[in-house]
Write a protein that binds this ligand. Structure first.
Ligand code: GAR
Length: 220
């Protein structure tokens, strides 16, 4: 059993990734305690999910602050006050300023619905479909000062089919997001992640050289 890591989860919307983290904690698959969930939007459904599981919530509306830096400093102050060690961005649709990134260097994770470095930014699934990739996926990475480009912790790959709509692909990717985000946090809790430059090494990870997704498949 790893030590329990204190996390703060930041959201802006539906919070299905938040839900996967809550579920993993309740199933004792994730040694973490959510100190609080913070949303920049008062109507984010993720806040209801948090309350349903007895997790405390905060709403900090960015529109009430004069600058990105002022907002980020207020968030950092809250995170410090609650003893948060690891910040988990789960559909938090804001760019972080250096004020935030420096305060939690290599202690902020984000999930993005693409195989980074492909398709950073908004509408990643739509961009993947339009590009015609055969495989898409999702990425959990540490956050640095650039958008969606910090050191990569874990990725999941899914097939893209000829008849996919954006919604179908997004749902296929989201299902895997819910598997890899709790896993990434657990690896952190176990102290198994080491960041060296752009690369994150995972202690005790067993390689499978034959693991592959070929799309379209070699079978008929
Ligand atoms: C997820 O698909 C997440 O990867 C994406 O927003 C969605 C949030 O869903 N994040 C980004 O695009 C960040 N660049 P959720 O609120 O149901 O967890």
């Amino acid at each position: 059993m790893a030590r329990q890591v204190s996390i703060g989860v930041l959201i802006s919307g539906g919070g299905t990734n938040l839900q996967s983290i809550i579920d993993a904690i309740e199933a004792k698959k994730l040694d973490a305690k959510i100190q609080f969930v913070l949303s920049n939007k008062a109507d984010a459904y993720g806040l209801v999910r948090a309350k349903n599981h007895g997790v405390s919530t905060e709403v900090l509306d960015h529109k009430a602050f004069p600058s990105r830096e002022a907002y980020d400093q207020a968030v950092v102050d809250l995170l410090h006050a609650r003893g948060v060690e690891l910040v988990v961005l789960a559909g938090f649709m804001r760019l972080l300023s250096p004020v935030f990134v420096k305060a939690y260097s290599n202690r902020i994770m984000n999930i993005h619905p693409a195989l980074l470095p492909a398709f950073p930014g908004l509408h990643a699934q739509k961009k993947a479909l339009e590009y015609g990739v055969r495989c898409a996926g999702c990425t959990v990475h540490f956050v640095n000062e650039e958008c969606d480009e910090g050191p990569i912790i874990i990725q999941a790959v899914v097939p893209v089919f000829a008849d996919d709509t954006e919604e179908a692909l997004a749902a296929r990717i989201l299902k895997q997001e819910h598997r890899i985000y709790p896993r990434a946090i657990q690896l952190y809790a176990e102290g198994r992640l080491r960041v060296v430059g752009r690369r994150v090494s995972v202690d005790g990870f067993s390689k499978d050289e034959d693991q592959v997704l070929i799309q379209p498949s070699l079978a008929r």
